[in-house]
Design a protein around this ligand. Structure first.
Ligand SMILES: Nc1nc2c(ncn2[C@@H]2O[C@H](COP(=O)(O)OP(=O)(O)OP(=O)(O)O)[C@@H](O)[C@H]2O)c(=O)[nH]1
Ligand SMILES: [Mg+2]
Length: 359
């Protein structure tokens, strides 16, 4: 199973930490039955205090978190109806770590980023909306290329090569157009698409990638009066829900394999038991213990299957509940190809078909 990590990448100041704070707040209130809670009460307190500051309009620019200086990892529990179903780690980097100018493959920083990317169930890449202002598409493409894609593409290429060696494809990728409030008037969905395709060319060439583009923002009027505007988040829950969706699908597939394996083990034990029973007729006192052991084994395995089935059915229910929310994501590439509305719903149906499996 993948490393249960979500890694968020993006240039300095592109809004990664603000996204985390807002996401944690939103998901703390529960969305579609899902809640995210930090496992460590101190981390919960830290995130909540920083969110309170972010909410404090009177501070103006001073409401925002300081630039991240070192890797910050947060252990979260994902809950469905307040029952933990999936622990995961959120990894927040200083944007400067990715800078190709300071790229030193032997450095600890580099190793750390590369490792975390490799272990991620889902990657989030932030494209700063500030790169998408004005009217020139070429200029926007250039901004995204030079400030963002150029630094991230080498990691993606390396990741792809490593995974290919293991016969695996890239994890799903969420491209977050952060601070969408800044560029919403200048850049519509079609243009965003063109810019992303140009800047992250390598991502779309292959046929192994799932990429969803999601505009996010802390609030439409946030920057009014020197950043004294309200928090009124746009789509902040969607990237994390999508990540959860993939995590659940993987868990269910794992559960299916496990239960099938357990059924095979029981069949094998029953076959052995029949053999023992035949022998038992011949010499009762010699083989009786083996039969008891096999009976116990079968009993325990059945209990475990029942347990796993219950968990799987709970996951199934939670996965189905997610569909309505995910329908709001309308910019998706599957296997490198752009999908229209029909393609998207077909894709979710296929991906989620595991939820129809009779566990
Ligand atoms: N208009 C607007 N500004 C935002 C939004 N989110 C973040 N910002 C601004 O972007 C700045 C940087 O945000 P951070 O979240 O600290 O960026 P980061 O990617 O974590 O930066 P590093 O930690 O330095 O890599 C903030 O101080 C805000 O001024 C948003 O949704 N809208
Ligand atoms: Mg940060």
């Amino acid at each position: 199973m993948a490393g249960r990590k979500f890694t968020i990448l993006g240039e300095n100041g592109s809004g990664k930490t603000c996204y985390l704070l807002e996401m944690y707040y939103e998901m703390g209130m529960s969305v579609a039955g899902y809640t995210v809670v930090a496992t460590d009460p101190d981390a919960d307190k830290n995130l909540t205090l920083r969110y309170d500051r972010l909410k404090d309009k009177s501070r103006g620019k001073g409401r925002f978190p300081a630039g991240t200086e070192q890797v910050e990892k947060y252990d979260f529990n994902l809950q469905y109806n307040y029952k933990t179903i999936h622990p995961f780690q959120w990894v927040d980097y200083p944007g400067g770590f990715l800078d190709t100018r300071s790229r030193d493959i032997s450095s600890e920083q580099y190793q750390e980023v590369a490792k975390s990317i490799l272990e991620s169930e889902m990657l989030f890449i932030c494209i700063d909306g500030a790169n998408l202002t004005g009217s020139s598409t070429q200029k926007k493409i250039r901004n995204v290329k030079t400030r963002c894609a150029k630094h991230i593409n080498p990691y993606l290429t390396e990741l792809r090569n490593k995974l290919k060696a293991e016969d695996k494809g890239l994890p799903p990728i969420g491209m977050l157009v952060t601070k969408y409030d800044i560029c919403a008037d200048d850049t519509d969905a079609d243009e965003v698409r063109e810019i992303v395709e140009e800047a992250f060319e390598g991502l779309f060439g292959g046929n192994d990638t799932f990429v969803a583009i999601i505009p996010v923002s802390l609030g439409d009027t946030l920057k009014d009066d020197e950043y004294q505007g309200d928090l009124d988040p746009l789509n902040v829950h969607l990237p994390i829900l999508m990540g959860i969706n993939f995590a659940l699908i993987e868990q269910l597939e794992h559960g299916k394999r496990l239960i099938e394996e357990q059924h095979r083990d029981i069949e094998e034990a029953q076959r052995m038991k029949r053999e023992e029973e035949d022998r038992f007729f011949l010499s009762r006192w010699l083989f009786g213990d083996n039969i008891d052991e096999l009976n116990n084994y079968i009993y325990e395995e059945r209990k475990q299957i029942e347990n796993n089935r219950q968990v799987a059915n709970y996951f199934k229910k939670s996965l189905k509940r997610m569909n309505r929310e995910l329908a709001a994501i309308d910019m998706i590439y599957v296997k490198g190809a752009w999908q229209d509305k029909r393609g998207i719903s077909q894709m979710w149906a296929e991906l989620q078909s595991i939820a129809d499996y009779n566990f």
